[in-house]
Design a protein around this ligand. Structure first.
Ligand code: PLP
Length: 343
């Protein structure tokens, strides 16, 4: 089976497992796990923030990130197709009493004008929940995995600041943006208060994400992580995989991007799915059903029958995520297997 359903299916390599086995550990709830500390410091430095916190998942990092930027009863803003809105089980409302207004915008990005449609003009308007936080997803799944254009990100950040709003980045695939844009993670994160990034996706670690931000916020985040049951003990065993991922698996994301583009080129030669390969800039390929009466579930079922695993993105589009699970030869094999299904 060739795995394209998600980059979360990446399995730890033998060398990564060896690093995990050799990790020095302690009780991280007591702040005594040296490997977790090393990962938190390294990760914070990479994204240009004062402190970092190791959390078990991107969803947990985002949940805490929202709590840091949005007080109970306030209103946060996120794209209508973002992970925070669609796939985090209503966390901001369920956990913190935060309403998330859904900002529209082409391709998962939005402009200051699109944000301004939803933020109250008068923050003291008694009809409105006080505005608190803007969330951006980078890379954006709804933009077929593209990174936020840096100028647009700065202009949205400036608009947020001008209204006194905090900014949280869901950078689940931040390092795909780093590789695609050829700039440091610190540059991409320069204008956000807090950022979450995942070690468990294209970076290939089995578990773990980082939440980074100002030292005082991360001290609060540490308590919130405990509140949510996310304090773990000898977590160095998994933090070691994260350190290994940062050392070995960032630059190779470029291969995933090349492979995604090649996959899209191949898919485009068939008539069952439509895609413009030039829009593929990272490791996500989203292709639309092009035949009357067809649907994403049927395409995925037919592909699985020939050994190619893809996932519906929505009813009429199919997502293929490239990762270290499938190399360039695997892409050619996948296209050969998929050809009769997509022809
Ligand atoms: C854009 C985005 N944000 C956040 C997450 C959450 O990560 P996790 O699955 O580790 O909770 C995901 C997971 O796929 C994601 O794609």
């Amino acid at each position: 089976m060739l795995e394209f359903r998600s980059d979360t299916f990446t399995r730890p390599s033998t060398a990564m497992r060896a690093a995990m086995a050799a990790a020095e550990v302690g009780d991280d709830v007591w702040g005594e796990d040296p490997t977790v500390r090393a990962l938190e410091e390294r990760a914070a430095a990479l994204v240009g923030k004062e402190s970092g916190l190791f959390v078990s998942s991107g969803s947990l990092g985002n949940a805490i990130g929202v709590a840091l930027g949005a007080a109970h009863g306030t209103e946060a803003y996120a794209h209508e197709r973002s992970h925070i809105v669609e796939n985090e089980t209503g966390g901001p409302a369920a956990l913190w009493g935060v309403t998330v207004r859904q900002v529209r915008g082409e391709d998962g990005f939005f402009t200051p004008a699109e944000l301004a449609r939803w933020v109250p003009g008068d923050p003291d308007d008694p009809h409105r929940a006080p505005p608190s936080l803007v969330c951006v997803e980078n890379t954006s799944m709804h933009a077929m995995g593209a990174a936020w254009p840096l100028a647009q990100l700065s202009s949205v950040a400036a608009a947020a600041r001008a209204r006194g709003l905090a900014l949280h980045m869901d950078g689940a695939r931040l390092f795909n943006a780093v590789v695609a844009q050829g700039v440091g993670a610190d540059v991409i994160c320069a204008n956000v208060d807090t950022v979450t990034f995942c070690l468990s996706k294209g970076l290939g670690a089995p578990i773990g994400s980082i939440l980074a931000g100002p030292a005082a916020s991360i001290a609060r985040a540490r308590r919130l992580r405990k509140l949510l049951g996310g304090g773990t003990r000898q977590a160095g065993i998994i933090a070691a995989a994260g350190l290994y991922a940062l050392d070995h698996n960032i630059d190779r994301l470029a291969d995933d991007h090349v492979n995604a583009r090649r996959l899209a080129d191949g898919i485009a030669t068939g008539s069952r799915l439509a895609i413009d390969p030039s829009l593929v800039t990272t490791n996500m390929v989203v292709a639309c059903c092009a035949r009357e009466g067809d649907n994403a579930a049927a395409v995925c079922r037919d592909l699985a029958a020939v050994g190619v695993l893809a996932a519906p993105y929505d009813a009429l589009s199919v997502r293929f995520a490239t990762s270290l699970e499938v190399d360039a030869a695997g892409i050619e094999a996948a296209l050969a297997k998929a050809s009769p299904v997509l022809r």
